[in-house]
Design a protein around this ligand. Sequence first.
Ligand code: NAD
Length: 364
Amino acid sequence: MDTAARVPVALGSRSYEIVVGSGLLKHVGDLCGDLLPGRRVMIVTNPAVNRLYGTTVSNSLRRAGFQVATTEIPAGERAKSLRHAAGLYRAFLDNRMDRRSVVVALGGGVIGDLAGYAAATFLRGVPLVQIPTTLLAQVDSSVGGKVAVNLPEGKNLVGAFYQPSLVVADVRTLQSLPPRQMRGGLAEVVKYGMIADRELFTYVETYLDAILRAEEESLTYLVTRSCAIKAQVVEEDEREEGMRAILNFGHTVGHALETGAGYRKLLHGEAIAVGMVVATKLSVDRGLCEQRDLDRLRTLLIRIGLPVETSLDMKRLMRTIGYDKKVRNRMIYVVLTKGIGHVTLAEISDLGELRAAVRTTRST
Ligand SMILES: NC(=O)c1ccc[n+]([C@@H]2O[C@H](COP(=O)([O-])OP(=O)(O)OC[C@H]3O[C@@H](n4cnc5c(N)ncnc54)[C@H](O)[C@@H]3O)[C@@H](O)[C@H]2O)c1
């Protein structure tokens, strides 16, 4: 292994480690080692990721004594469906998987969520190893145990909290990531800076060029730091009963944009970028945060190449926000910022206030 950092996620009997570094894929077998109860492994991946990394991972697992099979699901958000979950159950049965068999999710957030959901529910739960290969999956979706599939009515409406046994984040895999995916993932890193770590925010400002060139040292720092922040939040509130909600900074409007735009048009990170601008504008309007922090955020997002504006119809956007899980009793729960690195949970009862903040991000 060239370099590796280990981020512990302390959740009692559900504790696990996130191993972050470059060149880790060929060591996956050793990293899994004795950690897992069974020797039968099903790698769930998609054709593109399988072509790039499937052989390295399966060879490494075989060398460590695992019996390995691979199932591919099509790329794209549409694969996060009950239909494809059922397809996975069938593949697990065909491969005679039992309760000790292991599901390895090799890919981005779609694979992680779908394979994670299938692992959480097959035989009431089999061990799961996450090998995230997008920046978004490395800093966010593979950590914390949220797994889900979509329904036609909305994203992530069926799911579970199901912690993996191990997460292996090999930043070298990000070198093959399309630039748009990289930029989308960076939105989540900026989010961690906004909610918890001014230094991380400044790091992205300072080393953006190296990060966009996928330099391993910068990426290892970003992923390790982001995972440490997420791990800390999840340790305090595993099932999102309180403070875990701070991870939703930018997500109220972000999710609505993703859904309203038909969630194949905007990447998750792109929607979150606009959502963070709206949340920060609301914070400025409420006197919680300085205008210069909003300016810094906008400038950084623009430099990354992320959108800070939306042309989505306002009525449609507000209607979609009404369907979001964060709306209860007609009160919208939002995460606001008290300046870069600090957040606070807040409620909005006056939709006009939200509309005014959204209006500042209109591109038409
Ligand atoms: N569970 C959670 O806590 C959580 C958090 C945030 C987002 N999500 C979910 O994550 C999903 C989005 O994940 P995503 O952004 O990773 O998208 P994705 O999984 O669709 O991956 C994006 C694309 O990149 C390709 N790809 C993956 N790794 C690659 C690599 N190393 N090189 C080249 N191409 C590669 C994939 O084939 C895919 O086409 C959404 O469904 C979202 O709801 C879940």
